[in-house]
Ligand binder design. Structure first.
Ligand SMILES: Nc1nc2c(ncn2[C@@H]2O[C@H](COP(=O)(O)OP(=O)(O)OP(=O)(O)O)[C@@H](O)[C@H]2O)c(=O)[nH]1
Ligand SMILES: [Mg+2]
Ligand SMILES: [Zn+2]
Length: 334
């Protein structure tokens, strides 16, 4: 059974109903009966499967990349945080770091789920930020949500499709908006806190809205969570932020993850930001991290001295370890 990340329909599928995307963006049946060898593999990489969910409006019909369904149940990662907390910059920096081989030290390799879409994501977010050094726009309010990017992550033995959802912070506070449809499908929570903010209210509301919608046993969630305190560059002179932010990334070390989590927890607590710690109280497995998506603040929409992300992959690696995408590590999480 496959879980559609767009409409949450669960369905079984068969290999003989594949589609290909035309240059005009339409989908037409793909017949592979007489195709074999490398050509077949090539066509399969670009093939799509139609989501068979019954729809009220045929215009809502959608297709999923074959590579997405081929590897079993995908991991849906949702970025959660109030408006302007830095979700979009963080994700772009993460994907950029992955593109630059940042997962290799952990024994992970990646491929795009959908080559075209991934290229579109890189061209619209990663390149502008990391190469052209411009600040990215606020996320627009859209009526539907689709993953902004999706990757196939392989740990040497298993491949998992990982889909990333990043919607506007305001919409996350709603429990009914169409764009939040992916929330019940979340398998890994990435909570984003703005280290530079003076008020904790907004982030807290999006956290609560999302936490409320997810299933609990004994009052707590089994969905692993990572809390990323982003824009840590803005508070880099405060101990112990500096120590963590400029530490060289290491292989995954559960003891270090635990130490950093404790430090972040204490830091937020000291700042009176207990309300931000709700994911830690609610989720059975949760790690906390100091990160910076850009390394410094933008001036007039530009990062003049370049963009230097710090520790952006740590929360993701931790989520991978807690969700089993990355196996063979001892228990991670508080
Ligand atoms: N100093 C600093 N500023 C950052 C960092 N990441 C993002 N920003 C700034 O924070 C602002 C908001 O960033 P976004 O990534 O658009 O925030 P968002 O959470 O996606 O916002 P919405 O899409 O409105 O929900 C932008 O002006 C960025 O330049 C960071 O690591 N350090
Ligand atoms: Mg955004
Ligand atoms: Zn669907």
């Amino acid at each position: 059974m496959i879980l559609c990340p767009i409409c949450l329909h669960e369905f079984a599928w068969s290999e003989d109903e594949l589609y290909e995307r035309t240059p005009a963006g339409q989908y037409q049946p793909l017949h592979l009966d007489s195709v074999s060898g490398p050509r077949r593999e090539d066509l399969l990489r670009a093939a799509h499967v139609r989501c068979p969910a019954p729809l009220s409006d045929p215009g809502l019909e959608h297709h999923l990349p074959y590579t997405y369904v081929r590897h079993g149940r995908p991991l849906v990662i949702g970025l959660v945080g109030g408006p302007e907390t830095g979700k979009t910059h963080l994700l772009a920096s993460m994907i950029g770091a992955i593109e630059q081989g940042g997962l290799r030290p952990y024994g992970l390799t990646t491929d795009a789920v959908d080559i075209e879409r991934h290229a579109e994501y890189v061209n619209s977010y990663v390149r502008p930020l990391l190469v052209e050094r411009v600040a990215l726009n606020r996320t627009t309010h859209r009526a539907t949500a689709e993953p902004v990017d999706a990757l196939l992550v392989n740990d040497g033995q298993h491949t998992t499709a990982v889909a990333f959802f990043d919607i506007a912070g305001e919409l996350l506070r709603s429990a009914t908006h169409e764009a939040t449809r992916f929330v019940p499908a979340i398998g890994g929570l990435l909570f984003v806190i703005d280290a530079a903010t003076k008020s904790a209210r907004m982030g807290d509301e999006s956290f609560r809205a999302v936490l409320d919608r997810l299933p609990k046993t004994g009052g707590r969630l089994d969905i692993p969570a990572a809390i990323a305190v982003t824009k840590s560059d803005a508070v880099r002179f405060q101990a112990p932020v500096d120590t963590w932010l400029y530490a060289e990334p290491d292989r995954l070390d559960p003891a270090a993850v635990l130490r950093e989590s404790r430090d972040v927890y204490a830091y937020l607590h000291r700042r009176g930001a207990q309300a931000w710690l709700s994911p830690y109280d609610k989720c059975r497995k949760c790690t906390l991290h100091f990160v910076s998506a850009t390394g410094a603040a933008a001036t007039e929409g530009r990062y003049r001295r370049g963009v230097r992300p710090r520790r952006v992959l740590e929360p993701l690696i931790s989520l991978f370890a807690m969700t089993g995408v990355l196996r063979g590590y001892p228990e991670v999480g508080l």
